[in-house]
Design a protein around this ligand. Structure first.
Ligand code: FAD
Ligand code: UDP
Length: 421
């Protein structure tokens, strides 16, 4: 399997330029990104942020602008943006989301206003299709999916009655606290087996009978023809790409970034420094309370000479026999851009992470929650370190949640934390 970086990167998109009316100049990445030095960390910086993902970027932007502090961000990767990073493929000009399609959506006006300072969004609305039993269906399950699957033309009320009746009968012997039990009690066994069981098994490599029911809460079931994946007030992709957005967040001269710099190689040096840590919390404590479980993803990326591979941005594959969970075709995320020729697709495979893999999704089993509680107790004893973000708090966070959490902490708690010895 090829790593996602096997396509050559262009400096910026060659497909679409927009007039900038958002505030702030884009940062010049060459002067922002500096090699790490002892002097920079020990003398120049007031605060060191570990991780240039959305939590770290938001914290850096607020702390430097609102509290006039000098912030050094370090990241072990060769780019900013954490998992939301994207780059433009040199040959096709298509924007590739290196860690899988990232769709921005929020109903939080504070987050929307904040993001609007740095980027405009396009009009993209996420809709997902899924291949099950040899046919393409609409996902999440809605009236179209139900009618197509059962060969009916139900009204919303008829569909609801039909599904409720099936679900009542078929869920009799199921435990409703499990994902399987909850699904069968909501949609009945046939829809569960066609659309959820195989996909979930591939995604989690755990029998859905043993998975907690809350995993499925993110996926609604609808009895109308609404096929939107998200129901948030605002949704869209950054018009000029994710990297342009993130560079604007770094415009302040009080922020510097050192890439390919691993915190664990220099933690001794940073002992007396105020550190905002957005890496994995269990690794910070040398796994002393045990390891937290994660799922990781492998991506298989291909450039094709055809113009359209699947006609949509994300196609799920519900069958357990198909080894990948979904295929991303990035050009469909930006219908406003003109791509002269070709397309890029990326297959996504899911598996349990080992220590050397990228941690993507917290498994969050009861044992994980107990382990996390012990790490939280340890972290509360450290006056100089604040743990934030997806890895630092062991939480599934969408981008808007990472931004909201960083805004709240930076504005409400930073000053008090900074003074604490
Ligand atoms: P991250 O983005 O993970 O950033 C943490 C950074 O810390 C990384 O850059 C890492 O390299 C760095 N780091 C870790 N350890 C060290 C160390 N020892 N030294 C130096 N640096 C270190 N959200 C949405 O809103 N919409 C989506 O469609 C969406 N899709 C997603 C798809 C996938 C596959 C994944 C994994 C996530 C998705 N998300 C999506 C979630 C989104 O990526 C997160 O909300 C966001 O990345 C959280 O930002 P963060 O700063 O907490 O973490
Ligand atoms: N899911 C499924 N079939 C699908 C899409 C999702 O069974 O076609 C289940 C799966 O268990 C997944 C959960 O719904 O973990 C949440 O879906 P979401 O798209 O939010 O998953 P993510 O990729 O964010 O984990």
């Amino acid at each position: 399997m090829l790593p996602a970086s096997n396509l050559r990167k262009g400096r910026k998109g060659n497909t679409h330029q927009v007039g900038d009316s958002v505030v702030g100049m884009p940062a010049d990445s060459d002067s922002k990104i500096v090699p790490f030095s002892r002097d920079l960390a020990e003398t120049w910086a007031d605060v060191v942020i570990v991780g240039a993902g959305l939590y770290g970027l938001t914290a850096a932007e607020v702390i430097s602008r609102e509290f006039n502090k000098r912030v050094l961000i370090i990241d072990q990767r060769s780019h900013i943006g954490g998992n939301a990073y994207s780059y433009f493929d040199e040959e096709t000009g298509i924007e590739i989301h290196k860690y899988g399609s990232h769709l921005f959506h929020t109903s939080n006006p504070r987050v929307h206003d904040y993001v609007s300072r740095f980027t405009k969004l396009n009009d993209y609305r996420h809709r997902v299709l899924t291949v099950a039993q040899g046919q393409v269906y609409s996902m999440p399950i809605n009236l179209m999916t139900i009618n197509q699957f059962f060969g009916k033309s139900f009204t919303p009320m008829e569909a609801r009655e039909f599904i409720e009746q099936k679900a009542n009968v078929e869920s009799k012997n199921e435990l409703t606290e499990s994902l399987q039990g909850k699904c069968i009690a909501t949609i009945g066994r046939e829809l569960y087996e066609a659309f959820i069981a195989g996909y979930t098994q591939k995604q989690w490599q755990i029998d859905p009978k043993l998975l907690p029911a809350d995993i499925i809460n993110r996926l609604p079931v609808r009895f109308d023809f609404n096929d939107r994946y998200f129901k948030d007030t605002w949704e869209g992709l950054p018009l000029n790409g994710y990297e342009a957005w993130f560079l604007k967040m770094l415009a302040n001269n009080q922020i510097k970034i050192s890439l390919e710099t691993d915190f664990f190689q220099l933690r001794e040096l940073l002992q007396n420094k105020k550190v905002i840590f957005t890496g994995p919390i269990d690794r910070y404590f040398n796994f002393s309370e045990g390891e937290l479980q994660w799922r990781t993803l492998d991506f298989d990326i291909e450039r094709l000479t055809i113009d359209d591979f699947q006609g949509t941005s994300v196609m799920n594959y519900a069958e357990v026999e198909v080894p990948f969970t979904r295929i991303h075709e990035f050009k469909h995320l930006h219908p406003e851009r003109i791509v002269p020729t070709g397309t890029v697709i990326m297959k996504e495979f899911s598996r349990r992470a080992t220590r050397s893999d990228e941690p993507y999704y917290p498994v969050n089993s009861p044992a994980d929650r107990a382990t996390l509680k012990r790490y939280r107790e340890q972290s509360e004893k450290l006056a100089n370190v604040h743990f934030g973000g997806r890895l630092g708090t062991y939480q599934y966070l969408d981008m808007h949640m990472a931004i909201a959490s960083a805004l709240t902490w930076s504005r409400n708690t930073f000053v008090e934390w900074f003074k604490k010895q």
